[in-house]
Each structure stands twice: as C-alpha cells, then as structure tokens.
Design a protein around this ligand. Structure first.
Ligand code: NAD
Ligand code: DAU
Length: 348
C-alpha cells in the first residue's frame, strides 16, 4: 500500500505514521506537512531505521497545486489520508481565514489531484473529519452518521464544508471518497494548547488550570492509537461514499478529566502543590458546544473496530509520556504559541 498522508507532523498524523509503519511491513508513505506552529518534525524522530526507509517526508502546503500535482505524478498512490488541518477551535474564533484556506481549499486541491490521477482506477481518499460537524447535543442522544450537519464554530464549519465537498466529489465523479468523524483524541504528541496536554503542563508548573465556564461540557475521549486503527480499517475496507463515526464510548465532563489528571500527576510526582486549588473557572468559550457523544455502531458492525484502550489506562500512559517528554513540550511551546496563549486567556 502506497499512501499520501497529509498533516503527518501533527498530533494524530504522526501517531498514524507510527501505527501504519509498525503494523504493515508493506506500507510505504509519503508524508506532506507545512509544519505550521502545530507541526513538529521532531514528532517523527523516533521512527526506527527500517520504517524510515519506507517513509518520505515532504515539507509543503496542501494548497500548493504544483507540489501536490508533482507528488501524484511521481508516486502511484493507492490512497490519500488527509489529516492536514487547522484544528484548534479557540484559534478559529480569533481568526478563521486560515481555517477556510487550509481545511476547505486545501482539501479541494487534494481532491482535484486525486481525481486527475485516479478517479477511474480508484485512489481511495479518506477525509479525516470530526464529530464537531454535527454541532452539539443536549443531555441525551448520540450523533449517528445520519445526524444532519449543524456546525456552530468557524473550525467545525470549515470541516463540515470539506465533508460536503469530499462527498460531492464521490457523487459527481465517482471517486472512492470516505470520511471518518472522530471524537476528542488524547495521547502522545498532542500540542499543549488542547485541554489535556495544556492542563498537564500547567499543573507541573503550578500554574492555574483554566476551565471554560462551569466545566460541565462533555467530550467523548478516545486514545489516539485507537483512532489510528479505525482510520486504517476505513481506508482498507470502508465502503466508498460512506461516513464512519469513531468514538470511545467514554463521555466525561471537562472537570472530571481535569481532576483525573491532577490525581494521577500528584501520585506520579509526589508533588503536594499539584491539586484542585489550581483550577480556575474562566469566561466560557464563545459558542461552546455543550456535549458530544458518538454512536459508532457502523464501524463496529461493518468493520469490526472497537476502542481498545480504557480511559484510565490511556490517561496514565499519556501522563507518563508527557512526564518523560517535558523537554518536548517546552520546545513546541514557541513564541507564536505564547502570543496566542496571552491573547486567549488574558482578562478572562
Ligand atoms: P494538529 O493541529 O495537531 O496537526 C495538524 C497538522 O496539519 C500539523 O502538522 C500542521 O503543520 C499540518 N498543516 C496545517 N495546515 C497545513 C497545510 N496547509 N498544508 C500542510 N499541512 C498543514 O491536528 P490533529 O489534532 O492531529 O488533527 C488532525 C486531523 O484530525 C484534523 O483534520 C482534525 O480536524 C481531525 N480531528 C482531530 C481530533 C482531535 O481530537 N485532535 C478529533 C477528530 C478529528
Ligand atoms: O471533538 C473533536 C475535536 O476535538 C476536534 O475536531 C478538534 O480538532 C480538537 O481540537 C478537539 O476540539 P475541542 O474544542 O473539543 O478540544 P479542546 O482540547 O480545545 O477542548 C476540550 C474541552 O475543554 C472543550 O469543552 C473546551 C474545554 N477547555 C479547553 C481548553 C483549551 C477548557 O475548559 N479550557 C481550556 O483551556
């Protein structure tokens, strides 16, 4: 299997590269990434030498028509997995322009190239989407693949637009397009602007833990490698034109997650200053979706996928990784990130 995988030096993309090269000795990957603030080539440095021979990294933009065309001409790809995106909701609230450029126009550029190079022969195109495209839920119910799209923030609106476009390419040109819509991931290599790594970093530094609003917003947390297995299964065996929801059946309130992080961190470090006294409720995120929950029946029954990592295990594994990689965290927390942090959190 020869794949073009975009967004490989970000959180989920880099985990997917490790997953696929570890589990499929025949896999060959070309990884395309612009290395924005969220992309870090260091994320791929632990690839063993043997895997490295089957992986080629290309620094570039999914919007670059000439580059994408060249990659498709040089390599006979069997498939494309598009992880590349602007992915942080709070940044999209600050300024959504780049979200539209990358998430919508970038996806269109990749779809166009896949169409030129394999509509007839079937370059499978997997668009990595999100449960956020469905909007928010009340206290009960779950998103199924039939739930109408109702995104409520500029990030999720851009992802929903890309989903519509990808499915339109399937219906219009017969391209074998697939979509996964996953819930919140956590695990190694997640940029410390997202809830879990941000709280871990702040707690270790005895800095306030900024919980938006009442902290009772619910997310369904899935360990990143379980998501990667789902992506591989859909790519190999999913039905073209179909959407597959992916979720952990693991709905937790944000405050529960933060308290869990604090208790494991205190236990691991023995540091008595790591405690709930660090929690600060701050002004809520504008348009903050209250609850997400995923019905993953389709991927379970059609493809046999199950989440394998219980939350308790995944959280401990994640915390141990961040404790062992404190230098990684400090290196990715660049000047640009510090500017964003100051703007997002000051005065709230
Ligand atoms: P991330 O922000 O960690 O990584 C995104 C990567 O895309 C970065 O390496 C960045 O450099 C790259 N990128 C951005 N713009 C690019 C461009 N124009 N050209 C090439 N590369 C570009 O994001 P993530 O959390 O790993 O998310 C990956 C995908 O999964 C996204 O599409 C996101 O919408 C989706 N998703 C994420 C989650 C989650 O919980 N993190 C859940 C469901 C779906
Ligand atoms: O649901 C899938 C989505 O999950 C992905 O599509 C996005 O790319 C990914 O970023 C994530 O979006 P969220 O907005 O759910 O993730 P985030 O980690 O930013 O926030 C998780 C919850 O925690 C959310 O309810 C907001 C809250 N939060 C977040 C931050 C950063 C806080 O209370 N305080 C914070 O400082």
């Amino acid at each position: 299997m020869k794949l073009l995988v975009t967004g490989v030096a970000g959180f989920i993309g880099s985990n997917f590269v490790y997953h696929l090269l570890e589990t499929d000795p025949g896999a060959r990957l070309v990884g395309l990434d612009k290395l924005t603030y969220a992309g870090n080539y260091e994320n791929l440095e632990a690839l063993p030498a043997e895997a490295r021979e089957r992986f080629r990294f290309v620094k570039g933009d999914i919007n670059d028509r000439a580059l994408v065309e060249r990659l498709f001409s040089e390599h006979a790809f069997d498939g494309v997995v598009n992880f590349a995106a602007e992915s942080h909701v709070d940044r999209a609230i600050e300024d959504s322009q780049i979200f539209l450029e990358t998430n919508v126009l970038g996806t269109q550029n990749l779809l166009d190239a896949a169409r030129r190079h394999g509509a007839g022969t079937g370059v499978r195109f997997l668009q990595i989407s999100t449960d956020e495209v469905y909007g928010e839920l009340g206290p009960s119910g779950m998103f199924t693949e039939e739930t109408p799209l109702a995104p409520r923030n500029p990030y999720s609106a851009s992802k929903a637009a890309a989903d519509h476009l990808a499915l339109a390419f399937h219906h219009t040109y017969g391209m074998p397009v697939l979509i996964t819509r996953c819930s919140n991931n956590y695990g190694p290599y997640q940029f410390p602007e997202k809830l879990i790594p941000l709280m871990i970093r702040n707690a270790l530094r005895h800095e306030p833990l900024p919980v938006y609003g009442d902290g009772k917003h619910v997310r369904d947390w899935l360990y990143v490698r379980d998501h990667c297995r789902a992506v591989e299964m859909v790519l190999r065996s999913g039905t073209p034109g179909r959407v597959y929801n992916v979720g952990g059946n693991n709905e937790r309130e944000n405050l529960f997650v933060v308290r869990k992080l604090l208790s494991v961190l205190r236990e691991r470090t023995g540091d008595p200053e790591i405690g709930e006294g660090l929690i600060r409720h701050i002004e809520d995120r504008p348009g903050h979706d209250r609850r997400y929950a995923i019905d993953a029946t389709r991927i379970r029954t059609e493809l046999g996928w199950e989440p394998e990592t219980p939350f308790e295990v995944g959280i401990e594994r994640t915390i141990d990784w961040y404790l062992a990689h404190r230098d990684w965290t400090e290196r990715v927390v660049s000047g640009e990130y510090l500017r964003f942090y100051e703007q997002n959190y000051s005065g709230r």
